[in-house]
Design a protein around this ligand. Sequence first.
Ligand SMILES: [Zn+2]
Length: 205
Amino acid sequence: MIIYGSKGSHLRTAPLAGTSCPACNTPEAMKASVYARYAHVYWIPLFPFSKAAMAQCDHCQQAWEEKSLPTQLQPVVRELKKSTRFPLWTWAGVAVFAVIMASGAIAGRFHERDSKGWLTAPHAGDIYTIHSPGDSTKYSLLKVLSAKGNTVEVVANEYEIDDRSPLSELNSPEKYSKESESLTVLDLQIMHNKGQLTDVDRPGK
Ligand SMILES: [Zn+2]
């Protein structure tokens, strides 16, 4: 279960200089408070989305919500709201997500670099994700039995599924053909360039 919602937080309270109380007429007794509303997930603030204000008289204690604010107080309260910034912590969740996204992108780049190296220097146990672009959305696997010089012995998986990462579902020994075939490293490169070989996995790496 994901717990999310919105919360309010007090940002600041400041006197409303040059005003008097609409209720008791006491000069320089008015103050206003500004609150932020922010979205949260699991109580981690994600991002702020609105500000609210209220005004109160220090003398008679009469208070006004923003929507029922007397006209003469509206411009000063609006100014106070405008000059009150959302504190950085209300963006904490967005910052956390940005860091997660950035590290995901970095991990993705490392994987791609490894895969290219693995394709030019195959190892027994490497598994290629294969796909016929254009024809279908189906993906299957080729497993390297042995690699010697420029030649690799592979067995084809006899199943194909609608998943760009079929490894976890298809990679069990009984799903592979008993017949192996030979390919060259050049064949693999060509298949990769044509988009027929979309990924290389080296289990354990
Ligand atoms: Zn008052």
